[in-house]
Design a protein. Sequence first.
Length: 365
Amino acid sequence: MNIRSVSRQASLLILFCIIQSTLAFRPSSRSRVKHITRSPFITFRSPPNQITKNNSSFVAYSRNKSYWDGDDMRWRSKWLRRLQRSLDDSSALPARNTIVVACVLGFIYQTFDTLMTLKRKFPSYWPQQAFSMIVDTLMGFTVHQGSVTTNWKFHPIMARAEPHRYVTAGFLHGGIVHLLLNMDAIRRMPDWLETGLGTRLYVSTFLVSIVTGHISHTYFDDFKSACLGASGGIMGLYGLMYVCLVRMGNSRAAWLVLRGLARLLVYGFALGGVSNAAHFGGFLGGVVMGTLFGPRYRSSYALLRKNSLEVDNSPRDYRSVMGLGTKSTSGIFPLSVFWTVCFLSLLSQPRLRSAPLMALRGLGL
């Protein structure tokens, strides 16, 4: 048995484990406040006491119907109920769902384009070796890549003339295992990053962190290798989370984020083939976005008083992370300033103005 077959079997085993983890039950952060955050880096619970909200108090019980996965229930029914619950819980997360759909569609188109390229270059192997070619394409073992991967992946030298690669590479992946790992990381992020901080800040941080991750990869990799994947944007969301937790005074959760970052960097050095520079650069991009445009927090005695006229409209999980008597305020700069600067830069630089057209041509349509 050669090395290639062993690596293929190992990748299939990892894929099976990831699919099981993806289909696992994810409790709703809107209906169960006791789960403050749920991510690969942060997992802890709030005290089991009551949470006061102005003149009323409530206990962290589910507002929806209580679900029970009994031992006498068939596995198919359990999975269908878990799928339905995950769809119900994601209705208020448009940015996260859009990012996941964009990455999945990008990988599907990327895989189909690579298969058509292999079919044109090696017609004698088709259709006898079609199954092996499909499996190799899904796992990212192919040497020959399609036009969308070639034209959209990030390479430091190519990005000088084609700046769209700084963004488009974040929606491509090197294989289905790579895709599922990143999508599972997004799924495990706490919902308050979008419902509490806002969709605009969530999307802006994700896009900016992809760019800063590629800039960091260029600086530390010395213009040698290409990279692709949404890892930089995901790490940027963790950087945004870290800044918010520090401003809230939630030092324990902030320390867990840093510990998770250090663990990820150690894994990257041990495994190889992972751009730690892109991960670290994406995290720094999220820290910068959170510092400049993220919310600030101050103490509010009115939120602790009975019969107060100040209404707390924060989501339950966001309030649990902030703590009682804390109110979020606007950031140092409004987010509109950032997008105005980006729009003016796009208009002033001819190379940047041509980037959207280059990205469309890269699709090969």
